[in-house]
Design a protein around this ligand. Sequence first.
Ligand SMILES: [Zn+2]
Length: 211
Amino acid sequence: MAADLIVTATAMARREAAALLLPAPFVPTDGIGTLVTVRPLPCPACGARDERRRWTVPFAAEDTAREAPGPTLSMLACETLTARAVLPIVVTVERVPELREARFQTRAAHWTALAPEAGPDHEKALAEIDASERWIDAPEDFSGEWTLPASTRLCRPASGWRQHRADLAPHFLSPHRDLPPRVDRHYAAVRRSALRDAYREPPPGHARPGR
Ligand SMILES: [Zn+2]
């Protein structure tokens, strides 16, 4: 396995961990807060197509009536994200008004779009996705495609508790787990340790209680 995949997966795991630690903003549920409109895309891997799904805030279906359009997120019809995963979008568009109608995509949507061109060159495709997530550090200065740094999950009709539990397991890139399992395991380990370290190390100037 190319070392490049591991290097890129490491950066992406740390980025997702940092995003997961963002304080959650207040999102009103009466329709005036920022909602992320989901644009489902057909999945060439499993054949899932646009289906009418019900969404809760901060997600919204495309036909949700509201005064301002807000940001959009393209995702495969076979995937789903947690509400916390899209908080970086909500935080960003509330902080930078020029981005209120920005168009984001999931990693899986981006990966699927790159696949025909990249072919077996997984390193190149993953590096491209990695680069397209860097808006999260400086959205005002970013240009290019906007990919959400978040793991994804398979979304399909439930057929029992065992399958439901299995489908809850996140995958960092695609619900179809298109990379070697070793990259997945590495990603999960890096994300876990980044989250753990963030809780262990207090920010500068904040001593841990009892010290
Ligand atoms: Zn699919």
